[in-house]
Write a protein that binds this ligand. Structure first.
Ligand code: BGC
Length: 762
């Protein structure tokens, strides 16, 4: 764990440039707006360690997989979020020397991310090899008010010289993905144009043929007045268009470059209209100007923070941590476009290919339910509804039939696209998370109509899959589920993963309930769904009931715990505390063979199930399972600690809960897992939010009613959060000696505090 960044309530602050930390900072200081985003790369050239990255939501490339022996059922490709055309570049050459921080003496370096307004700033003084010294201050944002607009204000002041200077302002689509499997470039040029002051490049992705048109236009002032140039050259190269400007930098006078960008994709515009639309966005952005664009952007952020902020009194590190998590999630997914989803790294890196995982349903959905208007969470569900046909095809490729649906573990467009079979592909439990999300959404919002509209069809497909995936064991006289990987990816191809069996039968029961509900509330729609899906109600539901009644769940009577899978107790049952420092993280230090044979658990597995279906288990059962599994858990997935915060809170293990909380909330800020340089752990950030609201706040929804069983960690004086709930906004403030609840908007509402009813009204 590092403590490199300064603690501050609203800002992330880096002081001094440590080149070895740069890639981590590039991830942490990333900015985005739901439509596009980028790592916090420098505008000027940088020959030091960097991972350049700009990303456009929904634009991906199906990179050919790399596997040794091909087997039937393997996905054809691994989808990748594309490193998109770079619009931030401002290259500066002073007297034939490049401004490159890796080659200059750098003083007073400061990088600040203002989370309140979504503004990335940087300032420094750099001394070039020949002694010329410049001061630079830059500000940059991706507009939350117009998702196609980005803007930079880059100010440069020569401190001890006047010299001929060249500025190169451009758009560059000649970019590569670091994770390209065959070192291939994924973009091809469609067209480019540049005039004095403006450049536009349209590039298309190979194979998927997305068009992205990226434009830039600039305005330059010198000492507050419109700058004059010695010369402007138009520069056009393959996939690149820009201007090269020659001018005099005058000692003590500030030269300011305002660079405006427009990033448009064929997901939102007709291909042949992209260039014209891009030019229009640029013209409007320039006419508005940096300050007014920023005001619009900051206004949207202010509105967002009103709904989702969590305040913590008495612990600045924790305050900064939770805000950072909320900030990153909010700028990754805005819920305006149901075709989009949340990649585990959002717009902060390439890892996980920007694809959709079960993380969305199991972790992110509760965050958006609690902090945003209903349609945001609903759009996440509709995304999967729209992929139902593909999920049926996916299942078909594996030999399932009659409308059985297997949602992919990793996807961009509904197709499975991961390249590791045993780990990811066998994680069929993701199907359960997608079913559970429907239940969770309806339980929270009360939007029962969702079942008839979209939910039931998805549930039918998933239940059909479970009923075909299950095997009857005449030896056990029970149904069993063979050859799966549970959430704990450090066990592959196991039989009867307790979590998977549990969520499978839960889905079957919920689908039966849903059929019943829709039958009562909307019989004509039910008839329509039955006809559309060719559902054999009597035989299919009969089998589901049989499976529910006769499923095998591994269990150890002696210890009173559910077993993660058959044979789990054959392992040498060690504790993480038995491991030496050199053993960890085991995924970097041990062979895969050793990991698989060990008892060590990557992330909550049985405990994940207990967390989801908490109301089924009494407190002692929860305690026995927690006490058994937690000591074996290495938490090498960022998704793990939050589940442990929630269960530890419930069990009254306050200190443990707080330890896990710190680990999740400052995971990227303190680079806990030594991997933040690849990007931030966006999806697990929703787990940080859950840790406070569901963990410390003890929030649950029972029979349509909100319950809180809160406590305050000893390290805090108080904390407060707002919840959107069924048309209301509720504020909850919890301190060591009191809990205050307030209805900010909406109709009166009864909630339960420590089991006692409280009527909230204005
Ligand atoms: C976790 C998975 C998760 C994936 C993407 C893996 O390390 O084990 O549960 O879906 O990361 O976040």
């Amino acid at each position: 764990m590092k403590q490199y960044l300064k603690h501050h309530e609203w800002h992330i602050i880096e002081e001094g440039l440590d080149p070895h930390y740069n890639k981590i900072s590039e991830s942490v200081f990333s900015i985005g707006n739901g439509r596009m985003g980028q790592r916090a790369n420098f505008e000027e050239e940088y020959s030091g360690e960097t991972l350049r990255g700009s990303y456009v939501a929904g634009v991906y490339y199906p990179d050919k997989t790399r596997v040794g022996w091909w087997k039937n059922g393997y996905p054809e490709y691994f989808a990748k979020v594309l490193n998109a055309p770079n619009w931030i570049g401002i290259h500066i050459t002073i007297d034939n020397q490049k401004l490159d921080l890796a080659k200059c003496k750098v003083e007073d370096f400061r990088r600040v991310l203002d989370m309140k307004t979504g503004l990335l700033s940087r300032s420094f003084a750099a001394t070039l090899p020949d002694g010329k010294k410049v001061k630079v201050e830059s500000k940059r944002f991706c507009s939350m008010a117009n998702g196609e607009v980005g803007a930079i204000r880059y100010a440069i002041t020569p401190l001890n010289f006047t010299a001929k200077t060249t500025l190169s302002l451009y758009v560059d689509a000649d970019v590569v993905n670091k994770d390209s499997n065959y070192d291939e470039k994924f973009w091809e040029e469609v067209n480019k144009e540049a005039t004095e002051g403006r450049a536009i490049v349209t590039a298309q992705t190979k194979k998927t043929f997305f068009h992205v048109t990226t434009g830039m236009q600039y305005v330059i002032t010198n000492d507050g007045k419109k700058a004059t140039f010695d010369r402007v050259n138009i520069e056009l190269r393959e996939k690149y268009a820009g201007n090269v400007i020659q001018l005099d930098l005058q000692e003590g006078k500030e030269l300011v470059v305002y660079k405006y960008a427009a990033v448009l994709s064929s997901e939102n515009h007709a291909k042949d209209a992209l260039v014209t639309a891009c030019a229009k966005v640029l013209t409007e952005a320039v006419a508005k100007g940096f300050d007014a664009l920023f005001e619009d952007h900051a206004r949207v952020w202010a509105h967002k923070w009103d709904g989702c902020d969590i305040t913590i009194e008495g612990d600045i590190a924790a305050q900064q941590g939770i805000r950072f998590n909320i900030f990153q999630l909010t700028q990754t997914y805005t819920g305006e476009d149901e075709r989009l989803n949340i990649g585990p790294k959002g717009f902060t890196g390439e890892k996980y290919g920007g694809s959709t995982y079960w993380d969305t349903e199991a972790y992110c959905l509760p965050f958006f339910l609690g902090t945003a208007e209903e349609k945001v969470a609903r759009n996440l569900l509709v995304y999967r509804y729209k992929h139902l046909e593909r999920a049926i095809e996916n299942a078909g490729k594996l030999g399932f039939k009659d409308g059985a649906a297997l949602y992919p573990m990793v996807t961009m467009n509904g197709e499975e696209c991961h390249n590791e079979w045993e780990i990811t592909f066998e994680e069929i439990h993701r199907n359960g998370a997608i079913a559970f999300a429907i239940f969770d959404y309806i339980r929270y919002t009360g939007d029962d109509a969702y079942l008839a509209e979209f939910g039931l069809e998805v549930l039918l497909g998933i239940s059909r899959f479970w009923s075909q995936r299950i095997t009857w064991s005449s030896d056990r006289n029970r149904f069993v589920m063979l050859g799966v990987t549970g959430p704990n990816e450090y066990e592959n191809n196991v039989n009867n993963n307790w979590y998977t069996n549990t969520i499978a039968t839960w889905t079957l029961q919920y689908t039966l309930d849903a059929l019943n509900l829709v039958g009562k509330s909307n019989p004509s729609r039910l008839a329509e769904i039955i006809a559309k899906t060719n559902f054999k109600e009597t035989t299919e539901t009969h089998r589901w009931r049989e499976i529910i009644a006769k499923m095998h769940y591994p269990h150890d009577e002696k210890r009173g715990v559910y077993l993660q899978q058959d044979g789990f107790l054959d392992k040498e049952l060690l504790r993480v505390s038995d491991l030496g420092k050199d053993d960890r993280p085991i995924n970097q230090k041990w062979s895969w063979d050793r990991i698989l044979r060990s008892c060590f658990i990557k992330q909550a597995d049985v405990l994940q199930g207990i967390f989801l279906f908490e109301e089924r288990y009494d407190i002692e059962t929860i305690r026995r399972n927690f006490d058994f599994y937690e000591p074996m858990t290495v938490h090498e997935s960022s998704l793990s600690p939050c589940v442990h915060v929630i269960l530890a809170s419930k069990l009254g293990y306050k200190e443990r809960a707080y330890e896990f909380y710190l680990r999740t909330s400052r995971l990227d800020l303190d680079d806990y897992n030594n991997d933040t340089e690849d990007g931030c752990h966006i999806t697990s950030m929703a787990g940080t939010w859950m840790s406070i609201v569901k963990g410390f706040g003890g929030m649950t929804v029972k029979d349509g009613t909100l319950h809180f069983n809160p406590f305050t960690p000893d390290q805090w004086k108080s904390y407060s959060f707002r919840l959107e709930f069924r048309g209301r906004v509720i504020k909850v403030k919890i301190s060591t000696d009191a809990v205050e609840t307030e209805l900010e908007t909406g109709e009166p509402l009864e909630i339960f505090l420590h089991g006692k009813p409280v009527l909230l009204k204005k």
